[in-house]
Design a protein around this ligand. Structure first.
Ligand SMILES: [Zn+2]
Length: 305
């Protein structure tokens, strides 16, 4: 049996707890960006955070990063003091702004000796993950082209359905969650434990996408973009409620052991998210709302405890 323990709620970045457990063979998860669509700095979003999607997973001595929203900048900063070359596998669900805008500011990518494997599928217009990341760094959008990144960048074009094998028997399974945006969902499996990262799901229907149910089935930890939002929608409160209801239903149908909601709507401030988090948690105690800086550990517990 597994549980999720909150180790730390600091927003100040790397700490000794993470360093100590990195080699412990457990899953350690840190949320560096939990906001959907657009960064939301400001006094009313300080507690949940304003950076866009970026989640770091440490497992079996490896670093896996999901999405490169603006939270990736802070993650990169936390790694600068490392006393050995930095390696990581970065998986992009898709290439909307809120998933890639931190990449040009990921300072470890500008340092020789660091190595990054970058995974993503082709965008709806056919562009590869490398082309999408390069184009946002060209003038007139940006001033430093990707070629200035002196680390070793290896790009991997993946297709939905691929299973990526990393070192130490860690696998990352992929599946399509949203045909419109080509967004992928990911499931990491290691030593019988599983973590699912599912966001930008096709969420306007009342029924769950069968691919989402398949990916999330019996996951030890399900990270879910439960407040999907589009600027075109106006009534964010009603829309949010619809998706939160679906989140509770998903937790029950998937039988995920723990579920974390992130990708918070830019219009939802801290007080509102507090209220929502309490309401959801009261109905399903396995569900929590993510905040920037949150660290979780998938840890074994004594069956007899
Ligand atoms: Zn998106």
């Amino acid at each position: 049996m597994l549980t999720v323990q909150s180790l730390n709620s600091s927003t100040t970045g790397r700490n000794s707890t993470v360093a100590n457990v990195f080699m412990s063979q457990e899953f350690i998860v840190q949320f560096w960006g939990v906001r959907g669509n657009v960064p939301t700095p400001g006094s009313d979003t300080m507690r949940y955070g304003g950076n866009t999607a970026c989640v770091e997973v440490l497992v079996a001595g490896q670093r896996i990063i999901f999405d490169g929203g603006t939270g990736l900048r802070a993650l990169g900063k936390s790694l600068l003091d490392a006393d050995k070359p930095i390696q990581a596998s970065i998986f992009f669900t898709h290439t909307h702004w809120d998933r890639i805008q931190g990449f040009p500011f990921f300072r470890p990518a500008f340092t020789a000796n660091n190595c990054f494997d970058i995974y993503g599928s082709a965008a709806a217009n056919g562009a590869s993950i490398k082309q999408c990341l390069m184009s946002q760094m060209l003038r007139p959008h940006f001033f430093t082209p990707l070629q200035k990144m002196s680390s070793t960048l290896t790009f991997h074009n993946i297709l939905a359905g691929d299973v990526v094998s990393l070192d130490e028997g860690v696998t990352v399974e992929t599946i399509t969650l949203n045909p419109q945006t080509s967004a992928l969902g990911f499931r990491i499996t290691y030593s019988g434990k599983s973590l699912v990262y599912a966001t930008d799901t096709s969420n306007i229907d009342s029924e769950h996408n069968p691919n989402l149910l398949y990916l999330a089935k019996n996951a030890d930890l399900l990270i879910y973009g439960g407040t999907y939002s589009e600027v075109a929608f106006q009534d964010s409160t009603e829309r949010g409620r619809f998706f939160w209801e679906k989140s509770i239903d998903l937790a029950e149908k998937s039988q995920a052991k723990e579920m974390i909601l992130f990708h918070h709507d830019p219009e939802h401030d801290d007080d509102y998210l507090d209220q929502v988090g309490t309401e959801i948690h009261n109905r399903c105690s396995r569900i929590h709302l993510a905040h920037e800086g949150m660290i979780l550990q998938l840890a074994s517990v004594d069956r007899d405890a």
